[in-house]
Design a protein. Structure first.
Ligand code: FUB
Length: 322
């Protein structure tokens, strides 16, 4: 008689444990990858698959400065199981480039995938010497090759900026293509030709982005354009909205606060299978740091007025989806 209550309690605990683990939805976990330093995410959806593009920090632990030579491609259909496609673009793929594979941006148009890439130019240097080129592929996972053989933007482009990095290209519903880029507090924009390789008009300033530092990113939801960007330094992610991609932009506040041990903050926003995601980097690996960053994914949520709620950063990541 004495054993029965003890057994019952043990069995109850065991069944609770099995129930709990059995029902727990697998989560992606943040940072997403623990054996590779990834930074500056960008993402797109193609054929029911989410493709993630990242840069990579290669500076050894204990040293300072960006050492970035390659970009990587990953994909998932459920947000938990990731296929690693490997490095699909690198400095040496651009004959005109010498170094610094900074934040790229990949976009689909005309059935091809266009990877806009900022790199230090081998010879053109008026300011910091950064230029922006584009590689193209027939599939998001490549192979990619330099589409032009020379950059689209350099230090000598009229009205370019001292640090020509962080491209963001947006193909609007009417098929007009817009090319944004910017850093060190200056942001520029130009229309692009349908060929995705040439500007189609002057480079103009984008006024009215409160606290803008770098990392412009455009997405559209319910007819509203959202301009998210890295703001201040150390950087937060802040945003503005507009009914027109040409502005004026109405400031709406902070969505991702500063990152411990990483002054840079770089975002991508994507909707996949009905879920909105905020993709960013932290210094979250045990040997992470300002130049040793790691990509993470958390949920992005809007309120009933279409405003973006502050992102809740987690180590659990996002749940598996079907
Ligand atoms: O990764 C190098 C630079 O740091 C990127 O271009 C910026 O957006 C910042 O993340």
């Amino acid at each position: 008689m004495k054993m029965i209550p003890k057994l019952s309690v043990a069995m109850l605990w065991m069944s609770l444990l099995v129930f709990a683990t059995g029902c727990e939805t697998p989560h992606s976990g943040n940072p997403l990858f623990s054996d590779l330093l990834t930074a500056d995410p960008c993402a797109l959806v193609h054929n029911d698959t989410l493709y993630l593009f990242t840069g990579s920090d290669e500076i050894p632990q204990g040293q300072d400065g960006f050492l970035m030579k390659k970009w990587y491609v990953f994909s998932t259909t459920d947000m938990v199981n990731w296929t690693r496609h490997g490095s699909k673009l690198a400095v040496e793929d651009f004959k005109w480039a010498a170094a610094n594979a900074f934040a790229g941006h990949v976009v689909e148009n005309h059935g091809k995938f266009w990877w806009y890439a900022p790199l230090v130019h081998k010879s053109v240097k008026v300011h910091e010497g950064f230029a922006i080129g584009v590689a193209v592929a027939d599939h998001p996972a490549g192979p990619y090759h330099d589409a032009i053989g020379e950059p689209i933007i350099t230090d000598t482009t009229a009205n370019s900026i001292p640090l020509n990095i962080d491209p963001a290209v947006y193909v609007d519903d009417d098929k007009q293509v817009y090319f944004f880029w910017g850093s060190w507090g200056q942001v520029r924009m130009a229309k692009m030709k349908d060929n995705m390789m040439e500007l189609d008009g002057p480079v103009v300033d984008v006024p009215g982005l409160t606290n803008f530092f770098e990392a412009p990113f455009i997405h559209k939801r319910n007819g509203i354009y959202y301009f998210t960007y890295s703001a201040g330094y150390p950087s937060r992610i802040e945003y503005a909205i507009s009914k027109s991609i040409l502005g004026p932009w109405e400031y709406k506040g902070v969505i991702n606060d500063t990152i411990p041990n990483s002054p840079t903050n770089h975002q991508a926003i994507v909707t996949f299978k009905g879920n909105d995601y905020f993709i960013y980097h932290t210094a979250g690996l045990p040997d992470g740091g300002p130049f040793r960053r790691s990509v993470c994914i958390d949920k992005l949520e809007y309120d009933e007025n279409g405003l973006i709620k502050p992102v809740v950063r987690t180590t659990k990541g996002v749940p598996m989806i079907r």
